[in-house]
Each structure stands twice: as structure tokens, then as C-alpha cells.
Design a protein around this ligand. Structure first.
Ligand code: G6P
Ligand code: BGC
Ligand code: BGC
Length: 924
């Protein structure tokens, strides 16, 4: 930067172009000096204007309402709590960018609450200028080299080292270890870094260096390190303030006020990045022409205007510009200048600080000015000191206005008028400039009189604070690793799912042949799906799902009308005697008939009985074993149609004609087949899970006949009961199975269906709590209770529309005390468990549709699957995950899934209608 740019008029100078009559009068040298000093005066109302405008910008940015180039960025730092002193361990800290063209490596030992402190070991490295403005890779390789050089002198061995990266530039952070550089400031201008994740760049450089096993677990802004490092004696600091080469502040904001975060509780640290504050309305009156000249001569003209009035990188330059101007206009050094005085960057912060030294300032001033090649007289030196004071006082007062805005924000966010707060301060301007701190303090007291502010100078430039954040990050990283290790067995890859599909296929074939198989492949005596000619009124029962329903179904030309009544099956009845259960069923039927005015009518009845039954005919079904929490005695091995008829008989005066017993999968297939004739498979994913499909009769060795089809109830819930799912079964599955009333049975069902997913999640949460990963390792009483974590919670917690705060609400209603990190992890556990269930279910469907395709020797099969069940219907992602898995594993089948609207009761009525129609045609 040569002479003062011609673009802007400075005091006492006039533009040649302007006409004689309105030229300002020429100023004598002392007036010129005064005029210059006056420019740096900032009035109280201007400071208040800046405070108010900055506060406005902060609140707009917090709400995410700021325009594209926000005046201040309000960047979340993912630091959720001030240090609680329990942090322990040895940590590496790398500081880049806080103190100009240098970086510092520290070895910090945190001793938790053991009360003694270990002095950090550190080493400073000057960054060559060509690196500061060179290629980004060069800068990060330089950093990795310095790390290595530092560690060469430390007793490291080859233990993995955890590093906290203090990176003092504006960054969009998305987690404690992911941070994208927005723009360089403070004289840095490396290429290929803006828009990049600086943690990854450092990790890559450390990798390239390859000397030490260093894991970068956290990246923090220097203000955060300063705040977190503040001595606990004074109580936790909740504001971090840096005035070094650059300036910035961070503070603990109520998380619910940070729109960028999906949080409603607790506090989170926000980096204000006030260096970019540039509200023309507020700043223009205080910006001097020297500021404009400095900005134009900087590496980032137009940016960081506020910082360029406060930061240590700029104060010296501002003073130099004023001195050069005064000298060039004869107001200083007799009008003499020098190359040094006219060359940018020749006057540094330390020079200004020395000249302002209350004791030896005058002497220092002479030394500094002679160093610049000018020879001051006493009045020159006095004026120079006054220029230094003017520039630095303005900086301190502007900084105070900004801090007062942060204090006002804290009052707002905490709805507190009187505020007591500790501000951690750091940076060379604080440390070196004799008066900066006091002017700042005084001005803050004027601008924020109701705030009681204590300023806590940071002891080690924030190194300890960065180590504390690193300790928290390391703990979270360790927790994350434990979480990922715990959930890894739930992530099934294509090969594993392909193996399940193949195993299920083999088991189907063996089951159809009546060979040993965990799939019973039970013929249902339903040979065709409805053809729409069915007619009549039918009663239907639907037992085995969440609800027991009694229905009356009217099948007419115009379609099917259904009236149904839901009845409960108390656990005592479901696990009581068979007689009691069937008497209860008949009671409900009688109650329904009375309500529907059907008493005394003997309508054909279809019985959806959703348990494994060996059918000998349409109206004969031998219960093989109970599932899904049912365990009524004296039923297994019995024909449940007989049990129902006996109960009807016991009830006298009730006429019921039980025509068909169907499994809910069959009822669902029939119900959907009535709308879509391509529907040849039924799928239930509810309390239990199962599937049926139309098999070629020739493949059903237990039923005579080679042509036509027979619907087969696969009872796939029992798949794997022969141990074939052993490789996929986790310790949590084993716990749930052992705690069930049918251990060793229904293994596939217990990995998929609604009755069990909540329990799997509960046991994973208990495990993660015992590892200290969740709920701070405190076992929650509520989670000890079986079945307390309902599967419907998974559907709610995984809903995309649910903010994290609502996830917390669900879990708090359960009685859990949790942090947002806990809520996030609980959601991940739910996602892993439900995703595995959907993928396994998809592998099962793929096995069936591929069998149908090959049965028919088709290149491509187009088929529909009728589906029912609360889990499938209510879970936000289950159905799409099943469909995706089927597409992956059975690409030659075009499968569409039809959600059954009326449940399988309608299907049972249709099966009954078909049976009645067939019976009539047989009589004719
Ligand atoms: C529907 C059908 C029932 C079936 C149930 C399964 O309600 O009508 O026959 O048993 O779905 O789902 P759920 O979630 O109730 O166990
Ligand atoms: C950066 C901030 C940093 C401040 C103090 C500014 O230039 O944008 O991120 O906190 O300097 O070092
Ligand atoms: C039963 C099946 C039923 C499925 C869905 C399983 O427990 O064994 O018969 O289809 O649940 O309800």
C-alpha cells in the first residue's frame, strides 16, 4: 500500500476536482492532528447503536432468519455444557490461527476432580508467510510436521493420541469433529480449504505424515477453548472473549433458541463471529477513512470490517496510516516520511502497546519511531501516543459494545434482568495492551449496568479448555464406537439377506415335501382368490392380532360392507383355559349379534385364527402351538373349530354355522385379492409375523392333486427354530427369546414383529447404560420393566417429522432422565432394530415371490402382496424398507404391496362365501 489511496478524502485534504466555493477550509497541523484523533472518538449513543444493532443481527441469525451474508453468523459449536471438571486424561492440542502466523502444540493432562493441576507442555511454531497464503495442503502438512516434531520430544510410545484442534476461523460445525471453513480471516488465505472439513484435512495430513497415531476427536473455536479453560474457582465462565490478531466471542445460549439445532433443552455454546459485523447503519458513523484504506489494502476487502477496527493484526496498521497521513500533511515529523512509515504492516501491535506503556511509553515511542526511520520531536511523540490511545480506546470501546450485546442476549435468552456472568478473556491485545482491558470493563459497565460481569483472564490461551472439549468429545466418540459395535450385528448386508432368502427357499421346499423344516408350509384348503361373484351375509371372527374383532360382512354386487366390534382378550383369558377362551369368544359373538340385531340368525361364519394350524379341511384346523403371548390350555393339538362349536353348544340358544377357519395371512390375501386379482401372497407384520401364498398344488405333497393352486400358510414366524438363523441372532435376541413364554420358538418372528422389537430395544438400552454410554451410566428403574418399551415407540421415535425434543418427551414420559445425545442414540437403536426387522421380512417376501416366479417358469413375475399388521402400517419406514429389500433380492419380480383396509375378517368372510358358493354348486 503506497500513499493513502486517492479514493477517499482524509482530514485537511481536498479533492482537486471540487469547485473553489465549497472546499473545506485548510487545517493547520495541530488542528489536523485533532481532526484525526476526533475521528476515532465513538460516542456513547454510537456504542449503544452498535450494541442494539449487533443484538438484532445475533437474534435474527439465531432464528436462521439472517439474509445470505449474515452480519454475524452465530455458529453452533456442539459444546453443550460448560466443564464439570470430571474430564481426565492426556490430550494433544493444536492451536492454529489464534495468534497470527504461528501455531502451538500442547500436551495437556487433565486430572479430573483430583484437585492438582499438571502444567501443559507446549511448543510454538512460526508459520512461514508463503504457507499462510499458499496451498491448504501445505498448511496442514506443516501442522502435521509440527505435531510430529513436538511429539518427538515427548514420552509418547505408540499409544493412540487424542487431539483437540483449536481452529480460530469461522466454521460451519455439524458435530464436535466435523467443521467446514466458511472463509479465512486475519491474513490467512490458503487455497483449497474454504468449504472443506478442516478436521478431515488435518487427519489426511497426519495420515500422510504417518509418524504418530493421532485421532482428531474435536475441533473448537479459540473463544470456546478460552471459555472452557476458565478456572473453575470463579464458577464456570459462560462467555469466551478473544482479542488477539482477530476478535470474536462465544457464549452459552439456550439450545431452544438456536434454530439450526433440533434441541429444546439445555444450553449450547454459540460462536458469534462478530468480526464480520457490518451494519452500515451502525458502523458507518464510526468508520474512518483510515479504516477504509486499511480494508482496501487487506487480503479480504469488505470482510471482517468490525474485526479490522479491534483486532491486534490491524491496530498497528491503523496507527501507521494515521501517522503517515499526518506526516504527509506536515502535521508530524516536520512533514517527513520514510519508506518504513509508508510501508504497510511496519507498525505492529506490540509497538503500539509499548508506546502506550503508562511508564515508559514516551521512551518506547521514540524507539519505535526511529525504528520506522523518522525522527520525532517531543510534540510528535506526544501526538503519536495520543493516536495510539485513540485507535486502541476505540477498539476497546467497540469491543465493549459488542460484549454488551452478548450480555443483553444472555439476559433475553435467560429472561433475567440482572445477570451475573463470568467472561473468560484471552488474546495478545488483552495481555499486552495496558489499558484495553480497563476501557473495555468500564464501557461494559456503562452499556450493561444491570450485568455483574467478572473477567477471568485465560491462563494458557485456552489450551486446557480445548483439552476439556477434547475429553468430552473423546468420551462421546468412545460412546459412539460402543454404540456402533453394539448395533453392528443389526446391519445386515446384501450377502447376509441373500443367505436368509436362500435358506428360507430351501426350508419352503422341504416343508412342502413334508421333510424336516422350520417352515411348516400348511395347506389352507383355499384354492382360489375371490372372483367377485361371491354374495351373501357372513359373520367373521378375527382373533390373534392386537384386537379381537367380531364382524358382519355383507357381500353384494356393489361390494363389501363391514360392521365390526372390537373386544379385548384379557391376558388371563389368553393364558387361561381353552374353554374359558372360547366361551369368551362366544360371549363376544352373542354381544355383537344383540348389538347388530342379528340374534337368532345363523349366518355362515369365517374364523380368522392367527396361529399355526394344521388344516384338514376348510373348517378343520388343529392348533399346533400357541404364539404371540397366547397360551390357553387344552387347545394345542385340538381342532379349534370344534372348540368353538363346543363353546357355542355350551351357550345354548345360539346358532352359528362355522364354515371356514383361515389364518390372518390368508384372510388378508383374500381381502386384497377381492380388489386386485394379482394378489397371491398375504403378509402380516403386526404382533406376530407370517406369510401365505398361492403354491402350485403339484408341489404340495400332503394334498392330493397336481393341477391348480393351494394357498399355503408358511408360518414363517418359526423360521430359524432349527438354528438356521443362529449367525444373525444377537445376545439381545437370545435374552428376549429366553424371557418369552415360548423360548426357542418363533425365532424369525422374535426378530421382526411388534411383540418383540420394543423388548430388543429395551435390552440394548440396558446394555448401553451399563457401559456408561447412555443416561450417564445410571440404570433407569423404568427400563427394568418387561415390555415397558412398546414397539409403537419405535414408530414414533423414528418418525422423520418428530424433532429430537419430541423423542425426548416420549422417553421422559417413560421416566428416563436423558440428554439430547441420549435421545439421538436411542433413536439410532430403534432404527437399527426396526431396519433389521424390515430387511429380514423383505428377504422372506423375496424368497416367496421368486418361488412363485420359478413355479410358473416366468422371466418376470408381476404379483401383489396383501399386507396387514400394526407394525407394517404404523412404522414410518418399515414398508419402504421391505419393498427396497425385495427389489434388491428379487429383481425379476414386480411386487406391489396392498395395505388391507378391512383386516382379514373380510377375507375370512370371502373364504366362507367361496366355500358356500362351491358347496351350492356341488349340491346343484
Ligand atoms: C389385522 C387383521 C388381523 C391380524 C392383524 C395383525 O388386524 O385383521 O387378522 O391378525 O392385523 O396385526 P396386529 O398388529 O394387530 O397384530
Ligand atoms: C475468527 C474467529 C476467531 C477470532 C479470534 C476471527 O478472525 O473469525 O473464529 O475466534 O478471529 O481468533
Ligand atoms: C402366528 C401366525 C400369524 C402371525 C401373524 C404368528 O405368531 O403363528 O399364524 O399369522 O402370528 O398374526
Amino acid at each position: 500500500m503506497d500513499t493513502i489511496g486517492a479514493t477517499c478524502l482524509l482530514p485537511g485534504e481536498r479533492a482537486l476536482a471540487c469547485p473553489q466555493e465549497n472546499r473545506p477550509p485548510l487545517l493547520d497541523s495541530s488542528e489536523l492532528g485533532q481532526e484525526c484523533l476526533k475521528q476515532f472518538e465513538v460516542t456513547r449513543s454510537q456504542l449503544q447503536q452498535i450494541q442494539v444493532s449487533l443484538l438484532g443481527c445475533m437474534e435474527r441469525a439465531l432464528k436462521g432468519k439472517a439474509d445470505s451474508a449474515p452480519a454475524v453468523r452465530m455458529l453452533p459449536t456442539y459444546v453443550g455444557s460448560v466443564p464439570h471438571g470430571t474430564e481426565k486424561g492426556d490430550f494433544l492440542v493444536l492451536e492454529l490461527g489464534a495468534t497470527g502466523a504461528s501455531l502451538r502444540v500442547l500436551w495437556v493432562t487433565l486430572t479430573g476432580t483430583e484437585g492438582y493441576k499438571v502444567e501443559p507442555r507446549s511448543q510454538e511454531f512460526v508459520i512461514p508467510q508463503d504457507v499462510v497464503v499458499g496451498a491448504g495442503q501445505q498448511l496442514f502438512d506443516f501442522a502435521a510436521h509440527c505435531l510430529s516434531e513436538f511429539l518427538d520430544a515427548q514420552p509418547v510410545g505408540n499409544q493412540p493420541l487424542q487431539l483437540g484442534f483449536s481452529f480460530s476461523f469461522p466454521c460451519h460445525q455439524t458435530s464436535l469433529d466435523r467443521s467446514t471453513l466458511i472463509s479465512w480471516t486475519k491474513g490467512f488465505k490458503c487455497s483449497g480449504v474454504e468449504g472443506q472439513d478442516v478436521v478431515q484435512l488435518l487427519r489426511d495430513a497426519i495420515q500422510r505424515k504417518g509418524t504418530y497415531n493421532i485421532d482428531v476427536v474435536a475441533v473448537v473455536n479459540d473463544t470456546v477453548g478460552t471459555m472452557m479453560g476458565c478456572e473453575l474457582g470463579a464458577g464456570p465462565c459462560e462467555v469466551g472473549l478473544i482479542v488477539d490478531t482477530g476478535t470474536n466471542a462465544c457464549y452459552m445460549e439456550e439450545a431452544r433458541h438456536v434454530a439450526a439445532l433440533d434441541e429444546d433443552r439445555g444450553r449450547t455454546c454459540v460462536s458469534v463471529e462478530w468480526g464480520s459485523f457490518s451494519d452500515d447503519g451502525a458502523l458507518a458513523p464510526v468508520l474512518t477513512t483510515f479504516d477504509h484504506v486499511l480494508d482496501q489494502g487487506s487480503l479480504n476487502p469488505g470482510a471482517q470490517r468490525f474485526e479490522k477496527m479491534i483486532g491486534g493484526l490491524y491496530l498497528g496498521e491503523l496507527v501507521r496510516l494515521v501517522l503517515a497521513h499526518l506526516a504527509q500533511h506536515g502535521a508530524l515529523f516536520g512533514g517527513h516520511t520514510s519508506p518504513a512509515l509508508l510501508s504497510p504492516g511496519s507498525l505492529l501491535l506490540e509497538h503500539v502497546a509499548e508506546m502506550e506503556d503508562p511508564c515508559n511509553g514516551a521512551a518506547h515511542t521514540h524507539t519505535v519511531l526511529q525504528g520506522l526511520g523518522v525522527s520525532p520531536d517531543a510534540s510528535d511523540a506526544e501526538l503519536v501516543q495520543r493516536v495510539c490511545a485513540a485507535v486502541c480506546s476505540r477498539a476497546a470501546r467497540l469491543c465493549a459494545a459488542a460484549l454488551a450485546a452478548v450480555l443483553a442476549r444472555l439476559q433475553h435468552s435467560r429472561e433475567q434482568r440482572a445477570l451475573q456472568v463470568a467472561v473468560a478473556t484471552g488474546g495478545q491485545v488483552f495481555e499486552r495492551h495496558p489499558r484495553f482491558h480497563n476501557i473495555l470493563k468500564e464501557t461494559v459497565m456503562h452499556l450493561a449496568p444491570e450485568c455483574e460481569v467478572s473477567f477471568i483472564p485465560s491462563v494458557d490461551g485456552g489450551g486446557r479448555g480445548v483439552a476439556m472439549v477434547t475429553a468430552v468429545a473423546a468420551r462421546l466418540a468412545a460412546h459412539r464406537q460402543l454404540l456402533e459395535e453394539t448395533l453392528a450385528p443389526f446391519q445386515l448386508n446384501h450377502e447376509q439377506l441373500g443367505a436368509v432368502q436362500a435358506q428360507m427357499r430351501e426350508a419352503m421346499v422341504r416343508g412342502l415335501r413334508g421333510e424336516a423344516s422350520s417352515l411348516r408350509m400348511l395347506p389352507t384348503y383355499v384354492r382360489a382368490t375371490p372372483d367377485g361373484s361371491e354374495r351373501g351375509d357372513f359373520l367373521a371372527l378375527d382373533l390373534g392380532g392386537t384386537n379381537f374383532r367380531v364382524l358382519v360382512v355383507h357381500v353384494t354386487e356393489g361390494g363389501v360392507q363391514i360392521t365390526n366390534q372390537v373386544y379385548s382378550i384379557p391376558e388371563g383369558v389368553a393364558q387361561g383355559s381353552g374353554q374359558q377362551l372360547f366361551d369368551h369368544i362366544v360371549d363376544c359373538i352373542v354381544d355383537f349379534q344383540q348389538r347388530q340385531g342379528l340374534s337368532g340368525q345363523s349366518l355362515p361364519l369365517g374364523f380368522t385364527f392367527s396361529f399355526p394350524c394344521k388344516q384338514l379341511g376348510l373348517d378343520q384346523g388343529i392348533l399346533l402351538n400357541w404364539t404371540k403371548g397366547f397360551n390357553a390350555s387344552d387347545c394345542e393339538g385340538q381342532d379349534v373349530v370344534c372348540l368353538l362349536r363346543e363353546a357355542i353348544r355350551r351357550r345354548q340358544a345360539v346358532e352359528l354355522n362355522v364354515v371356514a377357519i383361515v389364518n390372518d395371512t390368508v384372510g388378508t390375501m383374500m381381502s386384497c385379492g377381492y380388489e386386485d386379482p394379482r394378489c397371491e401372497m398375504g403378509l402380516i407384520v403386526g404382533t406376530g409375523t407370517n406369510a401365505c401364498y398361492m403354491e402350485e398344488l403339484r408341489n404340495v405333497t400332503s394334498v392330493a392333486g397336481d393341477s391348480g393352486h393351494m394357498c399355503i400358510n408358511m408360518e414363517w414366524g418359526a423360521f430359524g427354530d432349527d438354528g438356521s438363523l443362529g449367525l444373525l441372532s444377537t445376545c439381545f435376541d437370545a435374552i428376549v427369546d429366553q424371557a418369552s413364554i415360548n423360548p426357542g420358538k418363533q425365532r424369525f418372528e422374535k426378530m421382526i414383529s411388534g411383540m418383540y422389537l420394543g423388548e430388543i430395544v429395551r435390552h440394548i438400552l440396558l446394555h448401553l447404560t451399563s457401559c456408561g454410554v447412555l443416561f450417564r451410566g445410571r440404570q433407569a428403574q423404568c427400563l427394568q420393566t418387561k415390555d415397558i418399551f412398546k414397539t409403537k415407540f419405535l414408530s414414533e421415535i423414528e418418525s422423520d417429522s418428530l424433532a429430537l425434543r419430541q423423542v425426548r418427551a416420549i422417553l421422559e414420559d417413560l421416566g428416563l432422565l436423558l440428554t439430547s445425545d441420549d435421545a439421538l442414540m436411542v433413536r439410532e437403536v430403534c432404527q437399527a432394530v426396526s431396519r433389521r426387522a424390515a430387511r429380514l421380512c423383505g428377504a422372506g417376501v423375496a424368497a416367496v415371490v421368486e418361488k412363485i416366479r420359478e413355479n410358473r417358469g416366468l422371466e418376470v413375475l408381476t404379483v401383489s402382496v396383501g399386507v396387514d399388521g400394526t407394525l407394517y402400517k404404523m412404522h414410518p419406514h418399515f414398508s419402504s424398507l421391505v419393498a427396497t429389500t425385495v427389489r434388491e433380492l428379487a429383481p425379476r419380480c414386480a411386487v406391489s404391496f396392498l395395505q388391507s383396509e378391512d383386516g382379514s375378517g373380510k377375507g375370512a368372510a370371502l373364504v366362507t362365501a367361496v366355500a358356500c358358493r362351491l358347496a351350492q354348486t356341488a349340491q346343484v
